[in-house]
Design a protein around this ligand. Structure first.
Ligand code: GLY
Length: 570
């Protein structure tokens, strides 16, 4: 009897501690973890557990990666209010597999028709209706679904309706984040009413349930009547009423006229891998490919990942790509973007001018001075399905919780994305503003983004899906993950966990994540001797990523646990 009992306990322990892959091999079972997952069929890695699980449920019901992405995006609008949204915008990169070339759905917000070049005055609050761009998310998800989706639209929105209506359990991350937000925003009455616990009288704790009934009503309208409910129906009416009350610019015509666009991704190669990334109006893809092109001939691996040499070259590549970003990038419908930026020959010239042992002073690369500030709050998720179709989606409200304005009656948060335009034409100064023309406000124009959803492929199959939040740091976070896998041949978990650093041309400094890695710390000391100005930070980005093993086909999901993150799969 005693032996049987011990065996029983041992079996239970084995089952509890067995890796997800053991279950996946035996039967098709959904798994969800905060860290890493390895499964056979499909994976969704996002900032929040319920949202990742919603995506995997869709895959298990026969939906493809785009179906799962649409459902995950709507779910995050409920469960990850910092950045998940229906009131913002973003980029969805789709790798459909053999049948069709990769494509990027651009659902970046636009400036309202009444917007002007000089509508902002220095120092004014960014948490106002004036800062709200025309939201693109619902049209973007519609376009992705129309092009690629298999399951009915309403089935993809319904899980989000249910989460909003019935509520979901807060994890520690969201409880802390909401408490901080509510403390910082006493004047935002609707935000306090909708997101406060007991009308703002109590603090949120892990495990508390948050229900969002008005958001549920809006989502139900979108589920039942389609995206027009948002752009030309009851939700549009509520949004415009909010604008009228708050002296915002978005009109019914702005909403009716909003269009998501299918765009060619930026393409590059690195050591025989094909890189696909978000095109303008995001700067992400161009800067990433420019940096990879500069770095490829330098064979960083020879020096060692955390050698001062390899880190110096990546910093110098960042500096040059971000200088080109400031000079040239903006909405491609309003600007001609130089094709040479992603050319290997152009990168070679830049590479050859990098001093081997000395930091380049940023101001010697171009006369412009610092760019305006940008919020580090966006969210990225990655999806792979059983056929190999992959989606990398990054979307945002700009700052954490956007403009902090909840549309009355409709229950959703509005973006403050107009802050991503250069605020004043011709005004470039050392306090952090740039006034170059490519990214100056114009009616209908999309503001420049740094979002960088990326899919890496080899022999026609996706092998890496990644992306990150983090304002301009996004691009360098993605560079770190891509180099980790392609250059240093790390497994995806190690590539995501590796310490990151960021240089954005101006200010002329490199910000390093703190790390206990002794080689990395020693390299930072050497970089200082080379003239690099350095700063430390606790966290850069949140790169929820997937690696697909070419031989076995197994899917490795890595949730970035620097902030919140969950991998689910089957
Ligand atoms: N608002 C952040 C970005 O678009 O990069």
């Amino acid at each position: 009897m005693k032996v049987n009992c011990v065996r029983f306990v041992a079996v239970i322990l084995m089952l509890v501690t067995a890796p997800a892959c053991v279950f996946a091999q035996r039967e098709v079972t959904k798994e969800a973890v905060r860290g890493s997952i390895e499964v056979e069929h499909g994976v969704v890695v996002s900032a929040q557990r319920d949202a990742s699980e919603v995506g995997v449920d869709v895959l298990m019901r026969g939906g493809n990666a785009v179906d799962a992405a649409v459902a995950t995006a709507f779910a995050l609008a409920v469960t990850h209010p910092e950045a998940g949204n229906i009131g913002g915008g973003g980029f969805m990169l789709v790798f459909p597999g053999e049948a069709r070339a990769p494509v990027c759905v651009d659902y970046r917000e636009t400036a309202p028709a009444a917007a002007t070049e000089t509508m902002f005055t220095p120092g004014e609050s960014r948490f106002t209706c004036k800062y709200v761009g025309v939201p693109g998310t619902v049209r973007g998800l519609e376009l992705a679904h129309r092009e690629f989706g298999k399951l009915p639209w309403s089935e993809l929105v319904s899980p989000a309706v249910q989460l909003a209506e019935e509520g979901f359990a807060l994890d520690q991350y969201l409880a802390d984040s909401l408490n901080e937000l509510l403390k910082e925003s006493p004047d935002f009455a609707e935000l306090q009413r909708v997101y406060g616990k007991d009308g703002g009288k109590a603090e949120w704790r892990e495990g508390d349930r948050l229900a969002l009934p008005e958001l549920a009503t809006s989502l139900r309208a979108i589920a039942e009547h389609g995206p027009n409910a948002f752009y030309d129906g009851v939700v549009a009416e509520q949004l415009v009423a909010e604008m009228t009350a708050g002296e915002g610019l978005i009109s019914r015509d702005d909403l009716r006229g909003y269009q998501a666009k299918l765009r060619e991704p930026i393409r590059g190669t690195y050591r025989g891998y094909h890189i696909f990334a978000a095109p303008p109006p995001s700067s992400g893809g161009i800067c990433l490919v420019e940096m990879l092109n500069i770095l490829e001939p330098l064979e960083l691996r020879r020096h060692g990942r955390h050698s001062a040499e390899a880190m110096h070259f990546t910093i110098e590549a960042m500096q040059r790509a971000f200088c080109d970003r400031a000079r040239h990038l903006g909405d491609p419908d309003f600007n001609t973007i130089p094709a040479e930026l992603t050319d290997k020959a152009y990168a070679k010239q830049l590479m050859e001018a990098i001093p081997a042992w000395q930091a380049t002073q940023s101001e010697t690369l171009a006369p412009e001075i610092p760019l305006a500030g940008e919020g580090p709050n966006t969210t990225h998720f990655s999806v792979i399905d059983a056929t190999g179709m992959a989606v990398a989606n990054t979307y945002t409200l700009e700052e954490s919780y956007g403009a902090r304005i909840v549309v009355r009656g409709a229950g959703f948060l509005l973006n403050n994305e107009m802050g991503d335009f250069n605020p004043q034409p011709g005004v470039t100064n050392r306090t952090g503003q740039i006034g170059t023309s490519a990214n100056i406000i114009a009616p209908g124009k999309r503001m420049l983004s740094s979002m960088c959803p990326v899919i890496v492929a080899q022999d026609g199959r996706a092998v890496l899906v990644t992306g990150s939040p983090g304002g301009r740091t996004i691009i360098n976070t993605v560079l770190s993950v891509v180099l980790g896998v392609l250059e240093y041949e790390l497994d995806v978990r190690s590539a995501v966990d590796a310490p990151r650093w960021h240089h954005q041309w101006l200010r002329d400094e490199t910000i390093f994540e703190r790390s206990a890695d002794s080689a990395y710390r020693a390299a930072i000391q050497r970089l200082k001797l080379m003239g690099h100005k350095t700063k430390l930070t606790d966290v850069q980005g949140s790169a929820h990523s997937i690696y697909i093993d070419k031989q076995s086909g197994r899917r490795h999901g890595a949730a970035d646990v620097r902030r919140s993150g969950h991998a689910a799969g089957y």
